[in-house]
Design a protein around this ligand. Sequence first.
Ligand code: PLP
Length: 372
Amino acid sequence: MEQNRLNSFLEPYDAPSWTEGLTGVPSHKVKLSQSDTPLERWNLPGVPDGYEIYIKRDDMTGSVLGGNKVRKLDLLFADAIKQGCTAVITAGALTSNHCRTTAIAARSLGMDAHIMLKTDQDPDSVPCAGNYLLDHMVGAHVYFIPKTSKMHDILPRMNQLVDKIKKETGKKAYIIPPGGSNAVGMFGYVNAFAEMEKQGVCDSFTDVVSAAGTGGTSTGLIVGNYLTGNKLRIHGMIVSLSFNHNNLNKMLQDVGLQKPDGTGVKSEDSINIVHGPIGEGYAVNTPEELEFLADVARQTGIILDPVYSGKAAYHLVKKLNTNPEIFKGKKIVFIHTGGVFGLFDGRMENVLLAGGGSKKVKVWNELTNDAP
Ligand SMILES: Cc1ncc(COP(=O)(O)O)c(C=O)c1O
């Protein structure tokens, strides 16, 4: 009965024709993301003359179900349903966009979400704000695990949870890797690449830039670029400690583009990795980075987030000014991967008060002849 209800969400996945020949192309998807996001000209402040920057609005793949993660979840939730699962388990940072998106997607399909958040804080001392607030609003089961947890600490916990959920609720739980980055999830960015191809990106653009963490986004772009003739240079702005070429190579192996001996398509040769953007640490920002976010918002109406897209855009501008030779040419797409809820932790208010005075409020109680 429950399985029939969940099966009704499955739609055939119509993969781009150039993926024919890959192994493990998903057969189904669930429609969670709003696809065909706009590609717009972007007057990003600080870009030297002669460059044309466009922005792929993947912050518009949805509202609370938005950003890059939901594209991966379209395929991952379909896989979960096909395997007869009615609960999902995943992990991420305390303020993880991926965990929030997974929790909301699960609830919208009537499934349970169990999310493991990396923090050493006491649950009573964590303010219920941003992504963490949304996790609780949809009733996710939340587990705090040590902040320094790596995959070898996380995976055994995930397996234990699978057993516990089965024993206590009878439900079969599906494990979604951190960031949704595996050979199933990365098809979300194969799809995004196909959209950009339709939008003319392979014809006249030279470079594609996005924030990189667990690497599923970058791998989907690498796969699309390779299979359509390597016309673009892909850049990954490293904003999280979880980035590792091994993750990307594993996904490339799982779809059959890299052989087990490492020959074939290699992450190291397919993407230009920029290591600076993590700056002072994951989710830690300098005053200059936050002022940049405020400036971009004031000048272009684009709201970047402090953890991912903001750092990536800040370093795009920096690299265009200091190391332009890393770019193939002058027509660049920046993928806005979402993350807006990372703005709501109070830090931006101080920037607005201290900076260009964009927080201007006049109290207007009395109606007189002139506006204040
Ligand atoms: C807003 C945002 N941008 C970019 C990324 C990085 O994407 P990926 O993990 O696929 O490298 C993430 C994921 O952690 C994210 O939440």
